[in-house]
Design a protein around this ligand. Structure first.
Ligand code: HEC
Length: 171
């Protein structure tokens, strides 16, 4: 009698434990072959941040941007801002103080881009992609005191560059 009384609770606990490992153990690996492209990780949430923050970084952009087609005038403003505030550390096609930026939107989401530009310090402290880059470049991106309008103009510039990249890669 005693054995049976112990058996069922033990079986119950085993089943709960098993299903826990079964369901959580399989979910985290979707990105295993592709550690650089963190924007593919939608399901697994790193500790201490929401799935949105994991994908889009920390900063004023807290929901997906809903953007019109690229505005070339704004993109031109963005290019000027890039040259005055970013080119001291970034080139388009070569590694410099920081990573080459032409293809940045193939590494990060639009929202991450804006959050990183407006709030590099927090992202360098907390975000896995920014921390990984910091480990590689060994230099902190400094806050350039750009406002939201400038950040969106920069985003427009990189969206325009990204469209060019996509066109040439399809040919
Ligand atoms: C003082 C040098 C410096 C300046 C100025 C700077 N950056 Fe950076 N940036 C870096 C470094 C270095 C990294 C890599 C992460 C780290 O080590 O901080 C980086 C990372 C980034 C990232 C992270 C995403 C990625 O994968 O490349 C973005 C986006 C970015 N910079 C955009 C900009 C823009 C736009 C400007 C101008 C407003 C700018 N940066 C100005 C040094 C700089």
């Amino acid at each position: 009698m005693n054995k049976i009384n112990n058996f069922f609770p033990a079986l119950f606990i085993f089943l709960i434990g098993f299903s826990f490992f079964y369901f959580t153990g399989c979910g985290g690996d979707t990105n295993a072959g592709n550690p650089d492209n963190f924007s593919n990780v939608k399901k697994s949430t790193a500790p201490g941040m929401t799935a949105f923050e994991e994908e889009n970084g920390f900063g004023p952009v807290k929901e997906k941007l809903n953007l019109a087609p690229v505005n070339m005038n704004l993109a031109k403003d963005g290019e000027k801002i890039f040259e005055s505030k970013c080119a001291t550390c970034h080139k388009l096609d070569e590694r410099y103080v920081g990573p080459a930026q032409r293809n940045v939107l193939q590494r990060v989401t639009l929202e991450f881009f804006v959050n990183m530009v407006l709030n590099p310090d927090e992202n360098l402290k907390k975000h896995p992609h920014a921390k990984k880059m910091l480990a590689e470049y060994m230099q902190m991106m400094t806050n350039q005191n750009v406002n939201m309008n400038d950040a969106l103009a920069l985003l427009e510039y990189f969206r325009a560059l990204n469209e060019e990249l996509e066109k040439t890669s399809k040919k």
